[in-house]
Design a protein around this ligand. Structure first.
Ligand SMILES: C[S@@+](CC[C@H](N)C(=O)[O-])C[C@H]1O[C@@H](n2cnc3c(N)ncnc32)[C@H](O)[C@@H]1O
Length: 210
């Protein structure tokens, strides 16, 4: 089930951008949120490495990677979001496709980022998306996932309100699941989880085995 606000937020970008700005306050603002993937993986990567932003939307979380000189591809299902990405971040290579079955070659990326996107997928599709990420990474390549986590006491209510207004059942399902355990079970190595923003957000890094 979802509220009438969710389709409006995807239709009118100013609503989406405002909701993101407000909900990212707990992590230090929207620039900090957008930079969480890069901050985690930058020390592990060669300059100019190939990076995939899986479910890139309008490219806001790809922007810090572009600014840092990486060769960034953004994949999204939404042509509307990709058109906006083309306007806002022209250096982003854009691919329209399904994250469950990306039209991209095996082992072609040194790093893959999923920024607040994994919660959009039902459990069975989530597994398929993560398997695809493993396939697309080169051996030793890095995945970073930034997404919702069950909040601690201070942010429990705001998180429930946010999920009720803007998310679907898939987000609630993800909050019940142990993502690091799922990544390990799928074959990722070096799975590390950090809890941020009063535990309302998790950043997980993992590698494809060599
Ligand atoms: C909440 S937005 C996050 C966008 C971006 N990563 C960010 O940090 O701003 C989720 C994105 O996932 C995309 N998406 C949803 N289902 C998808 C699928 N099956 N394959 C590819 N992209 C998908 C949506 O179009 C949307 O742009």
């Amino acid at each position: 089930m979802t509220s009438f606000l969710r389709p409006l937020a995807y239709r009118y970008r100013w609503i989406y951008d405002t909701v993101t700005a407000v909900s990212s306050l707990s992590v230090g603002g929207v620039y900090r949120l957008r930079g969480l993937g890069l901050d985690a993986l930058h020390p592990h990567l060669k300059s100019g490495a190939a990076v995939l932003d899986l479910c890139c939307g309008s490219g806001e979380a790809a922007a810090p990677w572009l600014a840092a000189g990486y060769a960034v591809t953004g994949l999204d299902i939404s042509p509307r979001a990709l058109d906006l990405a083309a306007q806002r971040h022209p250096a982003l290579q854009r691919v329209e496709g399904l994250a469950e079955d990306p039209p991209l070659a095996d082992g072609s990326f040194s790093a893959i980022q999923m920024s607040v996107a994994l919660h959009e997928f039902p459990r069975s599709d989530r597994e398929q998306v993560l398997r695809s990420a493993l396939r697309l990474l080169e051996p030793g390549g890095w995945l970073v996932v930034v997404d919702l986590h069950p909040a601690g006491p201070w942010l429990k209510l705001p998180q429930q309100l946010f999920c009720t207004l803007f998310e679907t059942d898939t987000a609630t399902a993800m909050l019940e699941d142990d993502l690091p355990a799922q990544l390990e079970q799928l074959g990722f190595d070096h799975v590390t989880q950090e809890l941020l923003a009063g535990r309302a957000l998790q950043r997980i890094t993992a590698t494809r085995p060599r």
